[in-house]
Design a binder for this molecule. Sequence first.
Ligand SMILES: Nc1ncnc2c1ncn2[C@@H]1O[C@H](COP(=O)(O)OP(=O)(O)O)[C@@H](O)[C@H]1O
Ligand SMILES: [Mg+2]
Length: 246
Amino acid sequence: MDKPRRCRRRLWRPALTATLTREPQQVGPIAARLNDILARRGIDPAAAAAGEPPAASVTALELADTRIPARYRRALADHPQITAWADEIARAGRPGPGGPGIAEGPSLLIAGPTGTGKTHQAYGAIRTLLACGVRLRWEAITTADLHARLRPRAGHDTERDLQTLARSPLLLLDDLGAARTSEWTEELTYRLVNHRYEHMLPTLITTNLPTAELRSALGDRVASRLAEMTERVILDGPDRRRHRST
Ligand SMILES: Nc1ncnc2c1ncn2[C@@H]1O[C@H](COP(=O)(O)OP(=O)(O)O)[C@@H](O)[C@H]1O
Ligand SMILES: [Mg+2]
């Protein structure tokens, strides 16, 4: 089997001036369009050109753009633990016809107060994997939406919805512990987390809850599994929504 490589294609901080002032390159119209798409996606075309043709990952990123909420469409994961995780997941990717697919791997629990960039980093990590060419099927949902989506209702197969999320090769479970809980939501969260725990499916979890409160908010069964399956990333600093310049 091929030796795993580090993903060379990185998402760069959008460097608009650098992109706009670069000397025009001797490229055909398709390559020029591709460079333009890359630049708009925050990828340095020169860095991308150093690797294999990026068409597949651009397509994946473009497709992802339609699913990533507008606020996080240009998000970059720049936290060292999160970029290290994305590198590890990309390296462990199972070889497949359209590029490496996502395999079993570690999960991350991104914790911190409101507005410290947890969701930003999580979508940034998904974008990094897509830019690396990982064939990524992913799902993202907030806990509040999870409860709403899976509430039993006539004519809707909520069990299938749960299975889709539980089996997704990569899941972003955003704001865990932020929604009201009940016995039913605790059971739901347990089934979801337990499936991902047992099958070692990479999961990005964000939470406002300090570690000490996880157990009382989520139940011991969930907290215990999270402790084993996730690496904890703590974000701090001011609420970025209120301190726009920081
Ligand atoms: N590293 C970053 N660079 C630029 N903007 C950021 C960064 N992290 C967060 N933001 C912005 O700050 C705001 C809050 O981030 P968000 O991820 O929603 O916070 P949280 O999920 O921790 O509540 C959003 O507008 C987001 O786009
Ligand atoms: Mg958030």
